[in-house]
Ligand binder design. Structure first.
Ligand SMILES: [Fe+2]
Length: 147
């Protein structure tokens, strides 16, 4: 991994995932109304997935001889996501906000994949392809649920 732009994009993604997990936790805690018993535990699963993704992307950076970003201050400086306030969220509102974030994150993944492709970095490409496939599934399911 010689392209410092790729290293930066992956580090930015580590930060995006931290912000995203905080938002999902927010929705998990502040969820109200109908569908609570379905959406509340589903958000636990999404958070577990995000944790795994954070660890995998950060460790891929380390395997390539780089150091992952590891501070909230740095994450917030570079993230493409915006945080939301702590207030009650109904299921549709929470799912809709997460759907938007999944789309933004998928666009970030596509940037990383293009850079990884350029340097024939198959390990990074494979990792990001798996994450992208999972996000595409969530985007489809969230969209179907909201329809
Ligand atoms: Fe919980």
């Amino acid at each position: 991994m010689d392209n410092m732009n790729l290293v930066f994009q992956m580090n930015k993604f580590v930060g995006d995932l931290h912000v995203f997990k905080t938002k999902v936790h927010n929705f998990h805690w502040n969820l109200v109304g109908e569908h609570f018993f379905v959406i509340h535990p589903m958000l636990d699963e999404i958070m577990s997935e995000i944790d795994e993704q954070i660890d995998s992307v950060a460790e891929r950076l380390l395997m390539a001889g780089h150091r992952p970003h590891a501070s909230l201050d740095v994450y917030l400086k570079h993230t493409v996501l915006s945080e939301v306030e702590s207030k009650p969220y109904c299921a549709k509102e929470a799912v809709n906000l997460m759907l938007g974030d999944f789309k933004v994150l998928l666009a970030e993944i596509n940037i990383i994949m293009k850079l990884a492709e350029k340097e024939d970095n198959q390990a990074t490409l494979s990792l990001m392809t798996d994450i992208a496939a999972l996000y595409q599934k969530h985007i489809w399911m969230f969209g179907a649920w909201l329809a």
